[in-house]
Design a protein around this ligand. Structure first.
Ligand SMILES: Cc1cc2nc3c(=O)[nH]c(=O)nc-3n(C[C@H](O)[C@H](O)[C@H](O)COP(=O)(O)OP(=O)(O)OC[C@H]3O[C@@H](n4cnc5c(N)ncnc54)[C@H](O)[C@@H]3O)c2cc1C
Length: 445
């Protein structure tokens, strides 16, 4: 790609920084999609329209890097890299997640057992701070902000450009589904792959205490004679296939988006697992963006009337990271006290322990458990989300902050490094134009 792409990028960033420099007072992002699962409180903050920052600037096939604007979705990014036989080293599962959102919010995928989290694959990024200054950050330049950016959720500035690592991929993947009935065996098998990776992608699903399916994906150049790649983008559901077959083939494109069509399995919450609904919605509308729109609308009148006749429920939508040695014990506690099923299992390693706001250890692999459902409740609101926080603490893990959090301020900052955060906040946003991390994560600003 050419110099003109860089010039156009610079012009878009200049326009944005001018707005920030010329306005006063609190701001927040204006975007057309979001994967944030906490309700945002109403606010009179000036909205900063960043929707135009969604261009792939340059792909360097030799260096295997891409320079891309911060609000570019992974769907757009993957479309740009696949023709080069390359994909981002980590591609979060939902098409509308952006590279800036995933870097600041700890993106994960089934290649994490090789490469870590999204921010582990970022070489450099430009951060727009509260006065409109752009700071280029890398391990060598503004390293404190580089290492403090992940888990700051836009409270220290916005990523306008990210340089991220790419990996070589092949046109298809062969999937091996291994049913396992014992949690210790599941985590032992995962531990072996993390220590000595043999497959190209690895994740799994917990369907119940003695029903796990581990999925190993291997790149393949072509399909075996007489075999067709499966299609889970309309009437058939990927998550169901894990229990139904031992082997499968997908195009690399469909593998990367295998969880998007049914939002893992959460499409059931909007009736989209019923055949007539799928038929009506059609291929194009079966995706996570549609479900997000429906879920957000359902919080508003008149759909909310349903909540008066339904049993009371609490929404528990969380991803948590547990050291692999404690994973089986965490899952047993989780089953006993919360009991959501299925649960997504995604292992990852920690290549670098310098990321300061979400400290993980390089000495162990971690298991990301993802669970997203409503729990019937006769308890006070927040009971089950608080219970998740207690279990994560008990098992030495960390909780992602994209969804509801109930921590009191002291506990929150003992987990997420107050000292480093406040030092950075004073440097890049001394007047508090962006909401603070605690106010965002717990106060829902
Ligand atoms: C049901 C569900 C399943 C999920 N599953 C996965 C998963 O499998 N893998 C995974 O990786 N993640 C998953 N997530 C989490 C998701 O990656 C994070 O919420 C991520 O931050 C969303 O990015 P976004 O681009 O949609 O940003 P948004 O939702 O728009 O924003 C998220 C936060 O990031 C900030 N932000 C957005 N863009 C930027 C930027 N350019 N610079 C700085 N700050 C920014 C916003 O201010 C906001 O605080 C899941 C979320 C949900 C709700």
């Amino acid at each position: 790609m050419s110099e003109s792409e860089w010039k156009a990028h610079q012009a878009r960033v200049d326009a944005l920084t001018r707005v920030l420099a010329e306005t006063k007072g609190p701001v927040r992002l204006k975007k057309s999609t979001s994967n944030l699962f906490r309700q945002r409180a109403p606010s009179d903050r000036t909205e900063l329209d960043v929707t135009g920052l969604n261009h792939v600037i340059e792909i360097d096939p030799q260096a295997r890097t891409v320079d891309v604007e911060g609000m570019t979705t992974y769907a757009e990014l993957v479309d740009a890299t696949l023709p080069h036989g390359l994909a981002p080293a980590i591609v979060p599962e939902l098409k509308s997640i952006t590279i800036g959102g995933a870097t600041t919010g700890l993106g994960i995928e089934s290649s994490g057992f090789r490469y870590g989290l999204v921010h582990d694959t970022v070489h450099e990024l430009d951060v727009m701070t509260a006065d409109g200054t752009i700071l280029t950050c890398s391990p060598n330049e503004n390293p404190e902000l580089f290492y403090g950016f992940p888990n700051s959720y836009g409270s220290l500035g916005y990523a306008t450009r990210v340089r991220a690592g790419l990996i070589a991929v092949q046109p298809f993947v062969r999937l091996e589904h291994t049913p396992i009935d014992d949690p210790e065996k599941v985590f032992a098998a995962i531990g072996e792959e993390c220590a000595n990776p043999k497959c190209d992608y690895l994740d799994g699903v917990y369907f119940g205490p003695s029903e796990f399916v581990l999925v190993r994906a291997h790149f393949v150049e072509s399909l075996p004679a007489g075999v067709q790649a499966s299609d889970y983008t309309w009437m058939r559901q990927y998550w169901r296939s894990l229990r139904e077959r031992r082997e499968d083939y997908l195009t690399i494109h469909d593998y990367l988006w295998r969880w998007d069509t049914d939002w893992f399995w959460c499409s059931k919450n909007v009736g989209a697992q019923l055949a007539p609904v799928r038929l009506l919605l059609g291929r194009k509308r079966l995706n996570s963006v549609t479900y997000q729109k429906i879920m957000r609308a359902s919080h508003r009148f008149p759909l909310n009337l349903l909540s008066r006749v339904r049993p009371r429920t609490e929404s528990v939508i969380q991803d948590v990271d547990i050291p692999i040695a404690n994973a089986a014990a965490f899952l047993a506690d989780f089953e006993n006290s919360i009991g959501i099923r299925p649960v997504w299992i995604c292992p990852f390693v920690v290549p670098d322990d310098r990321f300061s706001l979400f400290r993980l250890s390089t000495d162990t692999a971690y298991i990301n458990f993802g669970f997203w459902d409503m729990v019937r409740s006769s308890e006070a609101d927040g009971h089950y989300n608080r219970r998740v926080e207690q279990l994560v603490a008990k098992h030495g893990g960390k909780k992602s902050l994209y969804s509801r959090s109930t921590y009191d301020e002291k506990t929150f900052w003992s987990e997420y490094n107050r000292e480093v955060y406040e030092t950075l906040k004073r440097q890049v946003d001394p007047d508090g134009r962006f909401p603070g991390l605690y106010e965002k994560a717990v106060g829902q600003q």
